[in-house]
Each structure stands twice: as structure tokens, then as C-alpha cells.
Design a binder for this molecule. Structure first.
Ligand SMILES: Cc1cc2nc3c(=O)[nH]c(=O)nc-3n(C[C@H](O)[C@H](O)[C@H](O)COP(=O)(O)OP(=O)(O)OC[C@H]3O[C@@H](n4cnc5c(N)ncnc54)[C@H](O)[C@@H]3O)c2cc1C
Length: 386
């Protein structure tokens, strides 16, 4: 398998060893009580894995995106869900690329040491959805502070984070030359903000994924929490998307391998009509098909990560990797469930849990149609559709 010969075996082995302390029963129990895998996340932070991409000067490991994707892949491949922690990887990148020297000094060493979590990014709004440039949440500068009003939806991990990156309009849409201008990003100290202008309302959902509605009512953010230049926030968020998409592609690859191994094993063990069900081509071919799709998606994921680490343009590859991997993991999930017959529906096999978890990635953080639109416009040169 492609994975077995890559140069990241040492990282794989170390993450697998950590994950072995958190068997399927652990994640099943967390899922059943709709909890957060606190002990698992603590162990990842203590071992330094979430600081993988923080430069050594701030106490991180200084690794590239490829290594980071291997960490995320292994978590999902071992039966866990990196969705509980992946925000830390890409939000830290937004701060690292666009923050001032003072902001980096202030936050990055504490993030690297595990004293601060920057797990949340607030972009999506209920009335504008994917049409991000029309966001209505505003931040108005007043006496050395920004005053924020508005609403966000689907904002993940807020209850398990110390800091959040917020996208808000600092110049009204009607007053900007281009609709992508006039938005800014801020670091929000959640401990300061919650109850003092920020209200958090959890959204019960299909997956055990902590996600929330946020209501901003005259929330005051100190001026020094603006990241980069005022009005350029949308650009900064876009710059981070390639890393986010590649990391999530790797999580889907991890899910895909988990489903295939689970289906393969069950198909070899389950005997019906006096033979293993996996002896039937009707059972084994879909598993082989799903494996081929995951392997192919994996190549695109490594290509996207390689280009990112080499500072080459990688928007097309990151989008295509996310698309292929999310599709492959969902197909593998379906095949795995089908292979298990009725038992696939039982919680104790973990298939239904992973099935729900991997489905998310065709919708978030970017939906499949938006990837088609990106490829049609930016790769194939077709007219912009929105
Ligand atoms: C569990 C979960 C966690 C999330 N976490 C976060 C988070 O932490 N931070 C954050 O900011 N957001 C988060 N999101 C939001 C997520 O990024 C959005 O749900 C996603 O981008 C789609 O936006 P929407 O739900 O508003 O769908 P809409 O924009 O309303 O779109 C609905 C459907 O219509 C399609 N569509 C819309 N416009 C077009 C078009 N022009 N052409 C073709 N098809 C179109 C879309 O592809 C989609 O399938 C999360 C979502 C979920 C479900």
C-alpha cells in the first residue's frame, strides 16, 4: 500500500501507539454521551502532535503540512475523529502567516505548550451560507476597540477552545470596490467574550461534533486583536483553505482505510451459506473498488501537501484532494455498512458512528458543488457561476 512505503512511518507508528490507548470502546462511549474526547485530545496535545506545524522558535515541531496530514490521517485510521482537533492545525496557520510579531510571541508558545487552544474559526452565517462575502456580522472601530454585532452558525469547538478566529465586516459591502474587500479577522479570547457580548448556543446534530450558533451583541474586542491589515481578512481566510482542505482530505483517507479494513476483516470472518461472505464476488468487488478509490485519492492528497510544502500553488490539488477523498471515504463507508449487513447498524461495531462522521466532509468545510465551481472556473477557465 502507498501508505506503508511513505517516509512518514515514524510519525505513523508514534500516533498509532498513542491511539492504541484509546480503543473503539472509548470513542463509542464518548459518542453515546455526546461528549468531547477530552482525554484523547489532552494526550495528543501532551505529545506535541497538535503543535506539529508551529515553528521551532515558538516551541513547536516545525513540520510541514504533509507530516500534519499524516497525523490527522492516523487518528481517523485508528478509529478516532480528528474533527475534534483539526481546527488547531489550520487556525494556528492563519495566525502564523498573518499575525504580527507581538501576536505570535503572545500566543504561539502557549499554543505549542498546550496551554492555549485555538480550535475555532467563525465564518459561516445563517442568512448568507456559502456566499461569504455577504456576511452581516460587523466590527466597528470605536475608542481603541472593535464593537461586534451579528450572528454566526455552525461554529465548531467553541466550548473546547480558548481562542477563536472571527471574520467580520469592517467596511459595509456597499462601500467597497470589490465584495471580497472590507472584511477583517480577529482573535477572540473566548473566556473574556462569553457572557460579555457573545452568547453560544449548541446545535444538536447528526455527528457527535461540538458546533454552535453564536450571537454577538456589542462584543468588544481590543484593537490589538486585529490580525494583519484591516479589510484583508477574507484574503487571509482563503490563504488558509488549502491547508484545511488537504488536512481534511487526509482524515477522509484515514476513514477510508478504516472502513476497508473493517469490511475486509468482517467479510473474511462472517460465514453464511457455509462460506465466508467475502468469497462472494458480490461482496469482495465493492470492497476492492472502494480500496482503489481511496488509494487514488491518497495520491492527490500527497500531491496537494507536497505542493503546499514546496510553496507552489496548490489550490486545484487541495480542492481535488478534498473532493476525491470525501467521495472515496463515503463510498467505503457505504460498502462497509453493506458488508456488515444488520450488524453494521449496531453501535458496538462502530461502523454507523464512522459512517455518520465521514458524511460531513461532503458538506463542510466546503460543499462538493463549490469544489466543482472552483475547478470549472479556476482550472478549466469556464465562466464564474456565482
Ligand atoms: C458539523 C458542521 C461543522 C461546521 N463547522 C464550521 C466552523 O467551525 N466554522 C464555520 O465557519 N463554518 C462551519 N460549518 C459550516 C460549513 O462550512 C457550511 O455548512 C458549508 O460551507 C455549507 O454552507 P451552508 O450550510 O450555509 O450551505 P448553503 O450555502 O446554504 O448551501 C446549501 C447547498 O446548496 C449548494 N449551493 C449553494 N450555492 C450554490 C451554487 N452557487 N452552485 C451550486 N450549489 C450551490 C451547496 O453546495 C449546498 O449543498 C460547519 C458545518 C457543519 C455541518
Amino acid at each position: 500500500m502507498f501508505n506503508e512505503i511513505d517516509q512518514y512511518q515514524e510519525i505513523r507508528d508514534a500516533v498509532r501507539q498513542l491511539c492504541r490507548q484509546f480503543p473503539d470502546e472509548y470513542f463509542r462511549e464518548v459518542d453515546a454521551r455526546k461528549g468531547y474526547p477530552e482525554k484523547f485530545v489532552d494526550a495528543l496535545i501532551d505529545a506535541g502532535w497538535l503543535a506539529a506545524m508551529i515553528p521551532e522558535q515558538y516551541g513547536g515541531a516545525g513540520l510541514g503540512l504533509t507530516a500534519a496530514t499524516v497525523i490527522m490521517e492516523e487518528i481517523n485510521r485508528c478509529g478516532g475523529n480528528a474533527g475534534a482537533v483539526h481546527g488547531q492545525m489550520y487556525n494556528m496557520g492563519t495566525l502564523l502567516r498573518n499575525g504580527s510579531a507581538a501576536q505570535k510571541e503572545k500566543y504561539l508558545p502557549d499554543i505549542a505548550a498546550g496551554r492555549l487552544r485555538i480550535q475555532s474559526m467563525a465564518v459561516t452565517e445563517p442568512t448568507t451560507g456559502t456566499d461569504t462575502t455577504r456576511i452581516k456580522t460587523s466590527a466597528v472601530k470605536k475608542d481603541g476597540r472593535y464593537v461586534v454585532n451579528g450572528q454566526k452558525v455552525w461554529i465548531s469547538r467553541v466550548q473546547h477552545s480558548d481562542l477563536m478566529i472571527l471574520l467580520a465586516r469592517t467596511t459595509p459591502l456597499a462601500q467597497v470596490r470589490k465584495k471580497s474587500e472590507g472584511m477583517s479577522i480577529f482573535i477572540v479570547d473566548l473566556h473574556e467574550a462569553i457572557g460579555r457580548g457573545l452568547t453560544v448556543r449548541p446545535i444538536p446534530n447528526l455527528v457527535n461534533h461540538e458546533t454552535n450558533e453564536l450571537f454577538f451583541e456589542n462584543l468588544e474586542i481590543p484593537e490589538e486583536n486585529l490580525i494583519g491589515e484591516e479589510g484583508k481578512g477574507f484574503r487571509y481566510i482563503l490563504d488558509g483553505l488549502n491547508a484545511e482542505r488537504t488536512l481534511i482530505a487526509a482524515e477522509c483517507i484515514g476513514d477510508g482505510y478504516w472502513f476497508i479494513e473493517k469490511a475486509r476483516k468482517y467479510a473474511c470472518e462472517r460465514v453464511v451459506f457455509d462460506r465466508p461472505i467475502g468469497q462472494n464476488q458480490g461482496v469482495q468487488f465493492p470492497i476492492a473498488d472502494a480500496f482503489i478509490e481511496v488509494e487514488a485519492a491518497n495520491l492527490m492528497r500527497f500531491e496537494a501537501a507536497r505542493r503546499f510544502d514546496a510553496h507552489q500553488s496548490c489550490g486545484a490539488q487541495a480542492n481535488m484532494a478534498k473532493y476525491l477523498a470525501a467521495k472515496a471515504s463515503w463510498e467505503a463507508a457505504n460498502v462497509c455498512l453493506q458488508t456488515h449487513g444488520g450488524f453494521g447498524f449496531a453501535n458496538e461495531y462502530d461502523v454507523e458512528r464512522k459512517f455518520r462522521e465521514t458524511r460531513l466532509y461532503q458538506v463542510a468545510p466546503v460543499s462538493t458543488n463549490l469544489i466543482y465551481a472552483y475547478v470549472a472556473e479556476h482550472v478549466l477557465g469556464m465562466p464564474r457561476s456565482f
